[in-house]
Write a new protein. Structure first.
Length: 362
């Protein structure tokens, strides 16, 4: 199986520094690839491949440091836990992705404690590990992973954001969430807290599939169907990444923009089938948001934001799929139902103001 890869990061139109980072590596050698001049073709061996996008926060050097630390610490952890070991099972690979990410969080958090000038540093991380014909994606924050097949882009990850939570609860439509002033509030990041619980998903890849990882500097401005169209109509991944970045910049480029594009080819992959399910598929594993364990087969040959702490109540259900967004009319009914309460509160506030004014005058 072959993976054609290109990656690109751009500061955008309004920022004076870049807090994003990406990392691509063959887990046999563990050496990150350089994309300064051209794309790369990788042969997926028994150790697999790693693709990562991270979007730092904390301002200037802190955000840049956090995202760079995330990339190198995750790779270091995988080389130690996976590539150097004898295990070859899917569950061992998934556990190595989980553990490498959790350990990266602990190291970033400790660095911030030891260096007060970096207090509050953190980063999102979307980490895709390819093993055999499956990609396993660890998610922390709101960077994204898409799989493009047959001209359609499906999101493999779920944003760990306040807006995603409100959409799933039926309090907002996806359209309202996209324009909300609170759309940059994320529920988890690597670094701000001493512990993190990652989301882990998986997807079987087929011949001709393209995996796209990106920061929200791209996904916030370029919609999924546009990403699919640009990816499908141009075979050159270098040009694809450049066009995606250019489109985000043409729409204002308020944030750093990062994209990693991977196209899968080779006789080791099957052709797409009509029965394939593509999208968010939780991978049950202890210590993740989907905390279940099961027997798994042996592999055949992972703008500056506010963060909110995540507790047990924030964990996703283990056996049920995400809530479907409520229809627009349901949301409208909910808003209408609470409107009288706001009117009564407004009347009470006006009455209190008038009473206070009268007391002051007399």
């Amino acid at each position: 199986m072959r993976a054609h890869v290109f990656a690109l990061t751009d500061v955008g139109q309004l920022r004076d520094h870049n807090e994003d980072t990406f990392l691509v590596a063959d887990l046999e050698s563990g050496t990150p690839l350089d994309f300064a001049t051209d794309s790369h073709e990788l042969i997926a061996d028994t150790h697999g491949l790693l693709f990562l996008v991270a979007d730092g926060m904390g301002g200037a050097a802190s955000g840049e440091l956090a995202s760079n630390m995330a990339g190198h610490l995750v790779l270091e952890g995988l080389m130690h836990r996976w590539s150097a070991g004898a295990a070859s099972s899917v569950d061992a690979f998934a556990a190595a992705l989980r553990d490498a990410t959790v350990q990266a969080n602990a190291r970033i958090h400790q660095h911030a404690k030891d260096h007060p000038e970096h207090r509050g540093m953190g980063t999102t991380a979307t980490i895709a590990g390819l093993l055999g014909d499956h990609v396993y994606v660890v998610q922390v924050g709101d960077s994204r992973a898409y799989l493009i097949r047959d001209g359609h882009a499906r999101q493999l990850t779920k944003d760990q954001s306040l807006m995603q939570r409100l959409v799933e609860a039926g309090e907002l439509t996806p359209e309202e969430a996209e324009v909300s002033d609170r759309r940059n509030i994320i529920l988890q990041a690597l670094g701000p807290e001493d512990q993190v619980t990652v989301d882990l998903t998986h997807q079987q890849v087929r011949r001709g599939d393209t995996l796209v990882l990106c920061s929200d500097g791209l996904s916030g401005l370029v919609k999924a169907d546009e990403i699919a169209q640009l990816t499908t109509t141009d075979p050159d991944l270098r040009r694809v990444c450049q066009k995606l970045v250019e489109r985000a910049n043409a729409r204002g480029g308020p944030d750093n923009i990062t994209v990693v594009a991977v196209r899968f080819e080779g006789d080791g992959l099957s052709e797409p089938a009509a029965t394939d399910r593509v999208g968010y598929h939780a991978f049950p594993l202890a210590g993740t948001l989907n905390d279940q364990t099961r027997e798994l087969p042996v592999a055949p040959g992972s703008t500056h934001r506010s963060t909110l702490p995540v507790g047990p109540e924030d964990q996703a259900p283990t056996a049920t799929p995400p809530l479907a967004p409520a229809p627009a009319q349901v949301i409208a009914q909910r808003k209408a139902a609470v409107q009288p309460i706001f009117i009564l509160l407004a009347i009470a506030a006006v009455a209190a103001t008038l009473w206070t004014a009268a007391e002051l005058l007399y």
